[in-house]
Design a protein around this ligand. Structure first.
Ligand SMILES: [Zn+2]
Length: 320
């Protein structure tokens, strides 16, 4: 069975040809950013899909389905990208209709965090685990939930929007308009903003600022982790606060969903035990001991290739 996966990211779009076992036969990428208008993007995408299919030595008619993983918000039923964050010129773009038109096959779409959860469920080290949570923290905090062996989609496709559970009433403003969302505490963009404000306001001397070359704007989560790892006092305290808030949100998920595994993507893949060990320790405060004991908290197992796998997983899941 041959399927095509299209992973639309903020800066690039990847296309891969694969099969139901998760074997990738050919793949390639193009910029998503330079395409200010969607028509141009459509032409570039058609070209890239054609070249990947050719390189995979598969007849176009042998293609059975296409899966698209895309940043939210999405209207999945209508197959529309509502407002991709890095393409301000795109509004309500009919991505599914475009791809159907190019490839003349069934096309399925889901948001990137849900797609990653499906990829872990179908292809990861914990594949087949009926109750699994996937978390991705980059600029924000996204999640995908597999419950009883199915993706929890919800009635408005907002199932798994774990970043917008409110963990503090009247807390900091979130990009979504609510106050005190989990994402406002642990999302990369907000963590970096808060660090900048604190360092600026207190004229704080910290290895974190040195690592950023003295440039406040260059501060990010990776540098915070690096400075904390070296024992910088300010960075250690901030890292501690971050992992506390991380544990609070994950504890809620463990109590509500009772998963067998919680997989952390993005920065957790590089940081490993530096983020996982304090998290497991702090979780004891936020969940009962026996669901906690039954739940493994680990880094994502699909690593940097998760984008390709996630798009293939969306296609396979859609075909069922
Ligand atoms: Zn929010």
């Amino acid at each position: 069975m041959h399927i095509l996966g299209i992973d639309i990211g903020g800066t690039k779009t990847s296309v891969c040809l694969g099969n139901e076992r998760g074997e990738i036969l050919a793949s390639g990428r193009m910029s998503s950013e330079k395409s200010a208008n969607f028509e141009q993007y459509g032409r570039d995408l058609a070209q890239l899909c054609a070249s990947i299919i050719e390189r995979g030595k598969v007849a176009r008619t042998a293609l059975q389905a296409v899966g698209i993983s895309a940043p939210g918000p999405l209207d999945i039923k209508r197959g529309i990208l509502i407002a991709p964050p890095n393409n301000p010129g795109w509004r309500d773009v009919p991505i599914v209709a475009l791809v159907k038109d190019i490839l003349k096959t069934p096309v399925y779409i889901n948001n990137d965090a849900n797609a990653c959860a499906l990829a872990e469920y179908l292809f990861g080290a914990y594949r087949g685990t009926a109750d699994l949570v996937y978390l991705t923290f980059s600029t924000g905090m996204g999640g995908g939930i597999i419950a009883n062996g199915r993706l929890l989609q919800g009635i408005t496709d907002t199932g798994g929007e774990v970043g917008h559970q409110i963990i503090e009433r009247d807390g900091p403003l979130c990009g979504c308009g609510q106050r005190g969302c989990w994402e406002a505490f642990v999302g990369g963009r907000r963590v970096a903003e808060r660090l900048r404000e604190k360092i600026r306001a207190g004229s704080i001397k910290t290895a974190l600022l040195d690592k950023a070359g003295g440039n406040l704007e260059a501060i990010n989560m990776e540098l915070l982790a690096a400075a904390a790892r070296e024992g910088d006092e300010f960075a250690v305290a901030e890292w501690n606060e971050f992992s506390e808030r991380l544990a609070q949100g994950i504890g809620n998920l463990i109590m509500i969903l009772n998963p067998q595994v919680v997989l952390l993507g993005t920065i957790a893949i590089h940081l490993g035990e530096f983020i996982l060990a304090p998290l497991r320790e702090k979780l004891r405060k936020y969940a009962w001991s026996w669901p906690l004991a039954a739940c493994r908290v680990e880094a994502s197992t699909l690593g940097a290739n998760i984008g390709d796998y996630s798009a293939l997983a969306v296609a396979l899941t859609g075909m069922r």
